[in-house]
Ligand binder design. Sequence first.
Ligand SMILES: Cc1ncc(COP(=O)(O)O)c(C=O)c1O
Length: 391
Amino acid sequence: MTGSLATASSVARLGTESAFAVLARAKELEAEGKHVIHLEIGAPDFPTPRHISEAAFAAIEAGETSYCASAGIPDFRAAAAAYLAETRGIEVDARSILVANGAKPFLFFVVLATCEPGDEVVYPDPGFPIYESAIRFVGATPVPLPLHEERDFSFDPADLAERLSPRTKLVILNSPHNPTGGVLGSDDLAKAAELLRDSSAWVLSDEVYSRMVYEGSFASIASEEGMLERTILLDGLSKTYSMTGWRCGFAAVPDSLLDPLERFFVNTTSCVPPFVQRAGVAALTGPQTDAEMMVAEFLARRDLVVEGLNALPGVSCRTPRGAFYAFPNVAGTGIHADELATRLLEEAGVALLAGSAFGSVGADNLRVSYANSAENLNVALERIAAFLDQA
Ligand SMILES: Cc1ncc(COP(=O)(O)O)c(C=O)c1O
């Protein structure tokens, strides 16, 4: 007897990250012999600093290859707590730190741990697509908070006020921001904190690009009075230390969420490999020169890319103040951004992402990751210019 094999209906509510789909298509084109410049994926193009890899090798040699505590090894949790104190002036106990296989699992599990069907979640639009995916998966209601191009992609606190309701369970903030490179200023964060302080909303502050700020300084909403108690402050090793494949992220977590989140980890991934956490301790407590060198290099590339994009006909690009993304508006080219992204890959060999993959507000934009060499960025700009010239 054969029955029909069905998947759960909830699977249809899971979104995805177009960066991986575009990367796969770019690889196909490369396999056919075409040359593609990769501006689609959000991964620093530098090797992981040597002293970090060596800490992992030493831990493997020392036999740290078994399961370990789901919440993280004590040394990593202590190092992360000290790192948050140093980078944000935020004092948390090591036992408030949880470790996961990248920052990403926190995004999903925080939504699962805090929201029920019918709850509302405010999140940035445009924004990292996993936010909306997790919100929809759990059956909560997504409430997009528009980021305004004319405000260098920050939100208007009045928009936030309008979107908060007694049903708001979670507010997700991301600064520096993917996909726009926007950085939230302390004034806006103070206003947001004022609105949220007396609400019943948790705050998930995604700060994975915290070290990549080119103008002004980085500010965390968790530093605002009364906010730490309701904020999941999320950071990770992927971007700062060029460790995307190592899969290690960490968060400072309010007391009542520690046990629920740890249960998700016990139920799914069990633990972050102990030798990866040893590498993490070396990253967080060791020399920061490589991380700083990367930021200096990204700043030079940002200037190159923004200038190059603004010189293209019909393209205007705000100067991003953080992360390693530019989010040019291409409405003036007369070609819809979705079509332009596809054609640039297929016809010009430049892989980048349509802004619509991050929400409806970015429909006129492209996301350009400048985590690539200046040489390749120059070639990409020449290819785009030639394409627009003949289009
Ligand atoms: C805004 C944002 N949050 C979280 C992540 C996930 O990072 P991780 O590699 O630590 O899972 C990314 C990765 O692109 C990101 O852009």
